[in-house]
Design a protein around this ligand. Structure first.
Ligand code: P6P
Length: 362
């Protein structure tokens, strides 16, 4: 008699590891430590105000502001602590980097070091905590390319998204799910709270290349660049416009929840570069939001772009750099990229320097 109807995360990882006979087990151990941190966060999120965990983190006599310039929530700080505590001791990591910490985290000298780097947003979508809307944790695993180093530095983390070894997120929603890719497609696990185990419930997640659903913060529309304005206007024209079909809109203000919806039923999510704050290349962070989520999206057959370039090819140059993000159903993202290219061509053609007057001004 089969007692457990489903595969546990541990079993999935061990079966995947058999592809790599030389594997030393550090990778699997790391994923399980990350999963433990997510279980702890899930329990804290579920307790919420019962455990006095809503509201802003108080440091000294005031509120705490993180490197992003954002007020930290109590659960932001607790989630970051869980990620550090569950992962610093295992001997799998050379160092860590987090949305909540300005500098990389050095593994304490009394713990062994390993060959991986862990980058994470411990709790994304924090504005939803106090209103009981889904939030999530995002993580990315890179190789430490300079293993002889005693300390990690920012530059160790400056790796394009297509060099990630693995990426995933935990979604704290009606159920807690762990969605993961180790480079062999995307799988989903649902937390069985009786067993305390993530159970494999989604064996092969793929994204429909087409969609009729888009997600964008429409309150920023006056700041959008022309290609985005064009795309959204066509969606809103529905079946009477050039798209010939009606669209629906969603905005949860939680990237993990939006990404999960897209992985489940297709769609496109945009937080594009806009003119709201020209000093910022976008709102979302490259290393611990866009890259890990984008890795999953592309492993599931979707696409992630800045609008002007494939996002996973971007070479990072700052731990907390921001970037414009367009991701989801492949055909839709490619359409938006085409609009950006057409806009660039029009700008070039219209340019007095390179216009129809030839290469040089008369
Ligand atoms: P806005 C959450 O703070 C986040 O980083 C993403 O998870 C989310 O998609 C976006 O910002 C929400 O931004 O402008 O709607 O608050």
């Amino acid at each position: 008699m089969q007692i457990l109807k489903k595969t546990t995360l541990t079993q999935y990882l061990i079966e995947e590891r058999r592809r790599y006979p030389d594997a030393d087990g550090q990778f699997n151990a790391l994923i399980l430590d990350v999963a433990l941190a997510c279980k702890a966060i899930s329990a804290a999120v579920a307790q919420g105000e019962l455990a006095n965990l809503h509201g802003n983190y108080q440091e000294g006599d005031g509120e705490s502001i993180n490197i992003q310039g954002e007020t930290q929530k109590k659960l932001d700080v607790l989630s970051n602590d869980y990620f550090i505590q569950m992962n610093e001791w295992g001997g799998n990591l050379a160092g860590m980097a987090s949305e909540e910490m300005e500098a990389p985290y050095q593994i304490p000298k009394h713990y062994p070091k390993g060959k991986y780097l862990l980058v994470f947003d411990p709790l994304d979508g924090s504005s939803n905590i106090d209103v009981n809307v889904s939030i999530g944790s995002i993580f990315s695993i890179l190789r430490q390319k300079n293993p002889a180093k005693d300390q990690v530095c920012d530059e160790d983390f400056f790796q394009p998204g297509n060099e990630q070894v693995a990426a995933g997120y935990a979604l704290y929603g009606p159920t807690t799910m762990l969605v993961l890719s180790v480079g062999q497609g995307v799988v989903g696990f649902t937390l069985d709270r009786v067993l305390g185990e993530f159970m494999l419930t989604h064996e092969k997640i793929t994204i429909n290349p087409d969609t009729q659903e888009f997600a964008i913060n429409a309150s920023n529309s006056r700041f959008w660049e022309p290609p985005i304005k064009r795309y959204i206007a066509e969606c809103l024209e529905g079946e009477t416009g050039p798209r010939g079909k009606n669209f629906n809109m969603r905005w949860i203000a939680s990237m993990v929840a939006e990404a999960h919806r897209i992985l489940m039923r297709g769609g496109v999510f945009m937080y594009p570069r806009d003119n709201k704050d020209p000093s910022k290349a976008g709102k979302l962070r490259l290393l611990y939001e866009a890259c890990p989520i984008g890795f999953l999206i592309e492993q599931a057959g979707g696409r992630i772009s800045t609008g002007r370039a494939p996002l996973l090819e971007i070479q990072p140059d700052n731990l907390h750099q921001r970037i414009g993000v367009i991701l989801g159903s492949k055909n839709e993202v490619e359409r938006i990229e085409a609009y950006h290219q057409e806009d660039l061509n029009e700008e070039t053609d219209a340019s007095p320097l390179f216009g129809n007057k030839g290469l040089f001004r008369e």
